[in-house]
Ligand binder design. Structure first.
Ligand code: ATP
Ligand code: MG
Length: 470
């Protein structure tokens, strides 16, 4: 490589390095070496000089023990510097505390004196290379995502915003259709929030996983003695919803006999608790959702046609994410902002390759899958950059597979041939065990919805004795 300075202004941009050390002989040794490597070099001997000289250089070699403020002070002062150089700490302090602190404060690398010149050469090159590739990263806009905001910019999403606006001025029943994970519940909540100025209850009930009798008392309540086990009066969800919104999720799962009762309630706008004669009037707005095609169920005779039309006064259809790939960019930005806040872990950049993969993938699990994929990526990320190596697309969470060492729920050995159902049961047990019974996290790991997990827990007779989280 040529001499420093001589290439300035030519086609190749020479990287600039600032050496900060109070020891003059070290400054001179480093300077000589780095100039020999072809870099342009400046020096500083104290903290103030380091901060002052920080604009311009691409890289700073920073000693920790400095007069007038430590290297840590320099790192802290540079934290918000928009053009801050990459910092490699070069110090005699060979202890855990200093190392941890320097890295926490954003140092790229921590080298201990005496300097190993080959190592220094490699680190300087790597630091400059990482800086160069950083220039190509997509910086995420600092975004204030309102909780519950339906993100997107496709015409489908814009239409949904408009539909929410118009149904919010009425109390008509709304049916929300769309595949799993498309955001049906989010839409239901948005309708609710847009409908009322003041606080009114939003009561959701999942019609999955409950036997007909249980679901009936869940919906309408019961009085003491109405059936074995009814030891006290209990209000149902219809009552709890009051003048707010009752959200009947997965309405397609309601057994036929209960469909008849529900239809009667919606027609007469009155209901009774199980085992009681007293009548309550239905004041809540009813919103129903299903990932199933209810029209098809009607054709097959598994869903009542009259109930279908009663619920579907207004239908909001949320299309699958693969049909509105244009929403993915905004969703990634918004979801990352939300998840990084939740996890208190900053992600500021996405590599173009990662963004390309996210945009071209078909997302069979829709926005929920996207959200779970990003959550896993952030958990795995070691820096504030999300690159494509962190994306596990279309896999059943290999990270938990690899880390699961639960002898109590042993995966089947190669020659133990079990059914798919048994494999599923064991896997769910394993994941629940690894999330300490936290269903929300288990759903994220399994990449399934909460109603689905609840249904499987019920189906497999798995007792979830751990406290719930949602
Ligand atoms: N357009 C969107 N903007 C922001 N977040 C979204 C959007 N769509 C969905 N989400 C998020 O994706 C996740 C899944 O959404 P939601 O639970 O509403 O889907 P769903 O259609 O009810 O799914 P399922 O049928 O699996 O119950 C939620 O965390 C939700 O906040
Ligand atoms: Mg849902």
């Amino acid at each position: 490589m040529g001499c420093a300075g001589t290439r300035r202004g030519t086609l190749v941009q020479v990287a600039r390095i600032l050496i900060v050390d109070d020891d003059r002989s070290i400054r001179r040794t480093l300077e000589k070496f780095l100039i020999g490597e072809g870099y342009e070099v400046t020096t500083a001997q104290d903290a103030a000089g380091a901060i002052e000289g920080a604009t311009g250089p691409d890289l700073m070699l920073l000693d920790l023990g400095l007069p007038g403020g430590s290297g840590f002070d320099v790192l802290a002062a540079l934290a918000d510097h928009p053009l801050r150089p990459t910092v490699v700490v070069v110090t005699a302090r060979d202890d855990m505390q200093s190392t941890v602190k320097a890295i926490q404060l954003g140092a790229y690398e921590y080298l201990v004196k005496p300097i190993d010149i080959d190592r220094l050469r490699a680190v300087v090159r790597a630091a400059l290379a990482s800086r160069e590739s950083r220039a190509q990263l997509v910086e995420l806009a600092a975004r204030d995502t309102n909780a519950g905001e339906i993100l997107g910019k496709s015409s489908a999403i814009r239409d949904i915003w408009k539909q929410i606006g118009s149904v919010s001025t009425t109390r008509a029943p709304v049916l929300i259709s769309g595949e799993s994970g498309t955001g049906k519940e989010l839409v239901a909540r948005a309708v609710h929030n847009a409908s009322y100025q003041e606080d009114r209850p939003f009561v959701a009930v999942s019609c999955t996983a409950l036997a007909s009798g249980v679901l009936e008392s869940e919906l309408f309540g019961h009085v003491k003695g109405a059936f074995t086990g009814a030891i006290a009066d209990r209000p149902g969800r219809f009552e709890m919803a009051g003048k707010g919104t009752l959200f009947l999720d997965e309405i397609g799962e309601i057994p036929l006999e209960l469909q008849a009762k529900l239809l009667r309630v919606l027609q007469e706008r009155t209901f009774e608790r199980v085992g009681d004669a007293r009548t309550h009037s239905l004041e809540a707005r009813v919103i129903a959702a299903s990932h199933r095609d209810l029209g098809q169920m009607v054709a097959k005779g598994t869903f009542r046609e009259d109930l279908y039309y009663r619920l579907r006064v207004v239908e909001i259809h949320v299309p699958p994410l693969r049909d509105r790939a244009g929403d993915i960019g905004v969703l990634v930005e918004g979801l990352l902002a939300k998840i990084t806040t939740d996890l208190a872990k900053p992600i500021r950049f996405v590599t173009p390759a990662a963004l390309a993969r996210l945009t071209s993938y078909a997302w069979p699990g829709n926005v929920r899958e996207l959200e779970n994929t990003l959550t896993r990526a952030i958990v795995l990320a070691k820096t504030d950059v999300l690159d494509e190596t962190l994306l596990q697309l279309g896999q059943v969470n290999p990270s938990t597979e690899a880390h699961a060492t639960q002898p109590a729920h042993t995966p089947p050995t190669n020659h133990e041939l079990i059914t798919l159902r048994e494999l599923e049961r064991r896997h769910i047990i394993r994941v629940l065990a690894s999330t300490d019974g936290n269903k929300r996290r288990a759903c994220a790991v399994l990449d399934i919805s909460r109603p689905t997990l609840d249904r499987k827990i019920e189906e497999f007779g798995l007792r979830s004795d751990k406290k719930d989280d949602a």
